[in-house]
Ligand binder design. Structure first.
Ligand code: CAA
Length: 257
């Protein structure tokens, strides 16, 4: 894959997408988002890839949407461009997404982090929704995802004051999974990616789908959705293999079907 604003590397079982705009702290411009979505669409179809890590560099995961790119736009231009609509495609990515976050994860960076399924952060991570400082508000999911993740009052604190929190506070709030020293955040994310890659892909995919369903449904239909995905897995060879391997006390050999 030949991209300019991101770098994509394939490892055994997973891929790493790294933002590649270090001079502007990985500010997310339209082109970067186009490339990210294009890469994810290709990786979703690639059977060798079971999980994807999204990362930046030590200094910045991403410092938000590119302010300079949108500064002069009119409301109608923003509406016609509808650049944040493309972000919905990330939410629809079928395989697990792990955010490996160090440094700034602000505005759109924080929103992108929250779209991922698991978040590993370095001790130096700085996380927030500071859009209010530049005369706007979160526009790529911040008000909705943050509220679901940490509740109303903490969301209000971040969104209304533009306060930036450190990794330990984000961990206490339940916004991220784990904090590690800066030298290890990517390695830690890779360990989790390898672990997920060793699991049966259909079970992983349907489980992710069911967890995400809980965000936009009632408990009643969410439970029904979960149950149907569970039953559906009994049509897979991996279910037969997994349960046979358990009774025969051996390691399962997954086929991904
Ligand atoms: N867009 C465009 N450029 C950005 C940027 C952004 N979001 N964040 C940083 N940059 C650029 C700076 O302009 C600077 O470029 P120059 O060297 O050409 O001037 C370079 O990155 C380095 O930044 P700083 O010199 O400001 O670095 P710092 O260490 O002093 O400060 C910072 C770091 C606190 C993150 C500061 O850069 C900052 O406040 N950035 C903006 C954060 C922000 O407001 N994000 C929200 C954007 S709007 C949004 O995301 C909407 C949405 O909901 C999707």
């Amino acid at each position: 894959m030949n991209f300019k604003n991101i770098l994509v590397t394939k490892e055994t079982g997973y891929a790493v997408i790294q933002f590649n705009r270090p001079d502007v702290l990985n500010a997310i411009n339209i082109k970067l988002m186009q490339e990210l979505v294009e890469a994810l669409e290709a990786l979703d179809k690639d059977n060798d890839v079971r999980c994807v890590i999204i990362t930046g560099n030590e200094k910045a995961f991403a410092a938000g949407a590119d302010i300079k790119e949108m500064a002069g736009a009119s409301a109608m231009e923003m509406l016609i461009r509808d650049q944040f609509a493309r972000w919905d495609k990330i939410r629809k990515f079928k395989k697990p997404l792990i955010a490996a976050v160090s440094g700034f994860a602000l505005g759109g960076g924080c929103e992108l982090m929250m779209t991922c399924d698991i978040v590993i952060a370095s001790e130096t991570a700085n996380i927030g929704q500071p859009e209010v400082n530049i005369g706007v508000m979160p526009g790529a999911g911040g008000t909705q995802r943050l509220t679901r993740a940490v509740g109303k009052v903490k969301t209000m604190e971040l969104v209304l004051t533009g306060k930036i929190i450190g990794a330990q506070e984000a961990l206490r709030w339940g916004l991220i999974n784990k904090v590690v020293p800066v030298e290890y955040y990517l390695e830690e994310a890779k360990d989790i990616a390898k672990e997920i890659a060793s699991k049966p892909p259909l079970a992983v995919r349907l489980a992710k789908e069911a967890v995400l369903k809980s965000f936009d449904t009632t408990i009643e239909s969410g439970l029904e959705f979960e149950r149907k995905n569970f039953y559906l897995l009994f049509a897979s060879e991996d279910q037969k293999e997994g349960m046979s391997a358990f009774t025969e006390k051996r390691k399962p050999a997954w086929k991904g079907r």
